[in-house]
Design a protein around this ligand. Structure first.
Ligand code: SF4
Ligand code: SF4
Length: 75
């Protein structure tokens, strides 16, 4: 069943601390380098949206309130 809400990451405010990545049960969040060739500061990214269950653990885990859950329109 598709998630009813997906995490939206306010990327400029993300510190790259990785807590959301550690909190995600299906491991569909990862840290992505923002510069070319894997360099530069890292930011959280939802790399596998279809695999996200919408559990919101990432949003709860983020100490900086960077992630909010956004409802997905029913298809
Ligand atoms: S909502 Fe749940 S499954 Fe989706 S990215 Fe966040 S922790 Fe992972
Ligand atoms: S927990 Fe928040 S600040 Fe840390 S990597 Fe995830 S979104 Fe960024």
């Amino acid at each position: 069943m598709p998630a009813i809400a997906l995490p939206r990451i306010d990327a400029p405010r993300c510190t790259g601390c990785g807590r959301c990545v550690a909190a995600c049960p299906p491991r569909v969040m990862w840290l992505q380098a923002t510069g070319p060739n894997g360099w530069g500061p890292k930011q959280a990214e939802l790399h596998d949206a279809p695999g996200c269950t919408g559990c919101a653990r990432c949003a709860v885990a983020c100490p900086f309130g960077v992630i909010r859950m956004e409802r997905v329109a029913a298809s």
